[in-house]
Design a protein around this ligand. Structure first.
Ligand SMILES: Cc1cc2nc3c(=O)[nH]c(=O)nc-3n(C[C@H](O)[C@H](O)[C@H](O)COP(=O)(O)O)c2cc1C
Length: 314
């Protein structure tokens, strides 16, 4: 037991990250069954679709207590997403991209655990003051939306650990057991991994997207949309278009218009590798296999044990 496995009903202190278009009920259920936290990414879901995914996840695992929902706090439907999750028995929430002040005390009164994603020590302190149970310190290697200050995981984790008393979970650029061991050495008590779980059999990323990622090189991703909401993307034609606009000084409104055409769904879920938006982290080029979640979790646990002979964290 460490602080994360006593805070959450998990076998291992690993969180399969909530990811738009990628982490639905099937992936979350497989993760819960494998002993880690299975997170449904509600960001892209209307409340009725979220309800469908929660019910699906609950029907596919014997460990519904290991299911959580990720709610980015920047969308209009946040309150409804939280309400539908509560109604269906979800008691663990990962919140991100917004102020933890708004919903944390309400969720805590409902008996929930609330973990907020932060990209700076300052936001970690604000999350602690808002009553969060833990924070996820996410460095800018991470896939998806990202902090503006471009602080790397290596630099961020120890500074967040020093800034707060609540447990810290490391994220961003963790792709195997070596990464897990490194995060734990820096003082994190657990890890959240996104990119690694995109490349599993149960993720709902399109097969063509997965196959493209298996060919990735270290320089295949880049952080763009810095004027709007920074996001790390896999380089494709859509990325070229965004970069060109950014470099030509386009306004945030012009950039938002480019995004506002269902690009993320088209890319990640439907496999449009040219015009679609493909969110993924820097560590993608390390990953050359497509295991089931169960196979992956076993491998991660073994790998981190081998990194720390005689003194493994879990
Ligand atoms: C495809 C994709 C979609 C993501 N969507 C979300 C999201 O909806 N909400 C969120 O808080 N984070 C999102 N993230 C970030 C992850 O939750 C996680 O923190 C991140 O992937 C960790 O870094 P890694 O990709 O290097 O493992 C996404 C990441 C990826 C790769």
């Amino acid at each position: 037991m460490n602080n994360i496995t006593s805070l959450l009903p998990l076998k291992y202190p690993i969180i399969q990250a909530g990811m738009v278009w990628v982490s639905g009920g099937k992936l979350a259920a497989a993760s819960a069954s494998a002993g880690i936290l299975g997170v449904i990414g509600a960001g892209s879901m209307k409340p009725d679709l979220l309800e469908h995914h929660i019910l699906k996840a609950k029907s596919l695992t014997l460990h519904p207590e290991r299911l959580a929902v990720n709610v980015p706090l920047l969308y209009e439907k946040t309150k409804e997403q939280l309400e539908v999750s509560l109604k269906l028995g979800i008691r663990i929430f990962i919140t991100s991209a917004g102020s933890p002040k708004i919903h944390t005390s309400w969720l805590k009164n409902e008996g929930c655990k609330v973990i907020h994603v932060v990209a700076t020590p300052e936001f970690a302190m604000k999350s602690e003051a808002a009553g969060c149970d833990a924070v996820i310190a996410e460095g800018f290697e991470a896939g998806g939306h990202n902090g503006r200050d471009e602080i790397t995981t290596m630099a961020l984790i120890p500074q967040v650990v020093d800034a707060v008393k609540i447990p810290v979970i490391g994220a961003g650029g963790i792709g195997d057991g070596r990464g897990i061991a490194a995060a734990l050495c820096l003082g994190a008590q657990g890890v959240q991994m996104g990119t690694r779980f995109v490349l599993t059999k149960e993720s709902s990323a399109h097969e063509d997207f997965k196959n493209a990622l298996l060919q990735a090189k270290p320089e295949s991703t880049h952080l763009v949309m810095k004027k709007l909401v920074p996001v790390r993307l896999f380089k494709n034609k859509f990325y070229d278009e965004v970069s060109r606009l950014e470099n030509s000084g386009a306004t945030p409104e012009r950039l938002a218009a480019l995004l506002g055409h269902g690009r993320a769904r088209a890319g990640m879920l439907e496999g449009d590798l040219e015009k679609g938006e493909l969110e993924i982290g820097q560590i993608t080029s390390l990953i050359k296999d497509l295991p089931t979640v169960e196979e992956l979790v076993e491998k991660l646990v073994e790998e981190q044990r081998r990194c720390l002979p005689g003194g493994a964290f879990f």
